[in-house]
Design a protein around this ligand. Sequence first.
Ligand code: 5GP
Ligand code: MG
Ligand code: MG
Length: 181
Amino acid sequence: MTERPYVVDEMISAKAIAARIEELSREIKRDFSQTDKLYVVGLLRGSFVFIADLVRELDLPVEVDFLEASSYGDAMESSREVRILKDLRGPIEGRDVLLVEDIVDTGHTLNHVISLLQSRSPKRLRTIALLDKPTRREVDVRADWIGFEIPDEFVVGYGIDFAQRNRNLAFIGKVRFEGGE
Ligand code: 5GP
Ligand code: MG
Ligand code: MG
């Protein structure tokens, strides 16, 4: 399946992503202006490029940690079952926490991870997603900050993969199979 030839059509340019991150960082900084240190949690692996750019714009004291939840595997459909594959290194009780996700699609992952983190009694938990596909939602969840709303297309790049490829594209693009679907 993954050997089927495809091309990636640019949807959001690197420049547009950078400009949006600058805007979002200003809002986040304002919202967390009282924090002594922000505990930034990236959801692996898709958020690794986003979190790297985001924390460098934030200009707040931050601690960076990662959490890995089970994902699509190499398929293009959500499994709807969320398992934690790698947990946080540190406790978040009483901390200001920012959860960073690449894409909110059906919403199962974000919903599950928010419940998990809330159960650990952070002082404040906020969420940011680079991309949101609202038309795909199956559970009622929304990130506090969203980079871009996108239509129901399978996207890659800027950390986001298709069968582990294309994470290193500087832009977000949509996958188009050669010769049609
Ligand atoms: P959800 O649980 O909201 O259905 O989706 C969670 C995860 O599915 C996202 O964080 C992302 O990792 C993956 N996902 C959703 N849409 C896409 C997409 O268009 N492309 C890729 N590569 N992954 C996606
Ligand atoms: Mg993800
Ligand atoms: Mg993936």
